[in-house]
Design a protein. Structure first.
Length: 80
């Protein structure tokens, strides 16, 4: 009966070691991603600030279209 306990205990230890061997690399990778996430977020925030003026580009295009349409009407009225 004690041999069964020893075998069961050995199998239990092997299972725990296998689980630990699989979980530890995942935790190490998660920690590395966590460290990099902060610098990635900072870079994305800088990119957002630097590209924010592009949001006004549609308004600029609308104004340019209005101006060019007015110029085209003026040219047509002058016979050009």
């Amino acid at each position: 009966m004690s041999t069964g306990w020893i075998v069961g205990f050995a199998i239990g230890i092997v299972v725990v070691l296998v689980v630990v061997a699989l979980v530890v690399p995942i935790l190490v990778l998660a920690a590395r991603i966590g460290r990099q996430a902060q610098s990635i977020n900072e870079g994305l925030q800088k990119a957002e600030v630097n590209t924010r003026p592009l949001a006004a580009l549609a308004e600029t295009i609308d104004f340019a279209d209005t101006i060019t349409a007015g110029l085209a009407r003026g040219r047509a009225r002058l016979g050009g």
